[in-house]
Design a protein around this ligand. Sequence first.
Ligand code: FUB
Length: 307
Amino acid sequence: MRALFTLCLLSAAAAAGAQGRQPISPRFAADPSPHFFRTAAGGAFHVYATDDASNSGKYWDSTSWRLYTSPDLQAWTDAGVPLDVSVFKWARPDAKAWAPEAAYRHGRYYFYAPVGGDRIGVAVSDRPDGGFVDARGDALVDKARDANAGDEPIDPAVFVDKDGHAYLYFGTRVPKVVRLQADMKTLDGAIRNVEIHGLPDPKKTYGEAPFLHERGGIYYFSFSSGWPGQILYATGSSPLGPFQYRGVILDYLKISTNHQAIVEHEGRSYLFFHDALLPGGGSHRRAITWAPLSYDEQGGIRPVPLR
Ligand code: FUB
């Protein structure tokens, strides 16, 4: 159900300013997957999220995802539940719904859903805010079926390169990458480990939340370093890596998880992440916010201040 409420939030300047970061919603939500989609209703940012408001408060055990939309990053609409785990008949009804991803390709919207911590499903729809059906009838990635899927195939992120090749990133502790076929619902080849070289501290390695974006021919692989984690990034010359460590994008939060994604629109970049920003907030009750992202002359990402 759309438009449960619309929020007029502070300006972009205030969102990044002295009053602290503002959540995009008064409802607990986390693990943002931001996109700018153009539909018949006009262009809008769409942020898919883990729904922390419907979990037990003690664990990330929600079984549905949430969608927020905005034409301008300032006025946000809670667009409700785009889908829940019941879309995937192969999943247990109480399977936990974690950090989602979405992608638009060939006129259709794809939703990549980590279900139960051991499988990633893919759903498809003709619209971005609902109507999603299981695109396959089984999992896209299955820990029990797929070689090198890793211990915990979660946190999917999809990158479509300028040459049309699509890539799926996922995983906890060991980052994974695999090409997707043009149908966006079939793996194309083997699942590989993402190589990150030059990490400065053996205790600060890859934890979770992989994300890939490209700018000026440089491929940026960002991720959380653990629990708690900083958001780090590394760069390379191919979506498959290897990647060389470059620096910190976002420092440790006061909660156990950190999870980022970057969206570009009209030449500007925005970092979305979550933090304990709402009253009653904490590690299982997170809220989504965003900040402008900028680059230095060498293509390095400037660190984003937390407050
Ligand atoms: O929301 C559940 C989990 O917390 C996500 O899958 C991780 O990225 C962390 O943010």
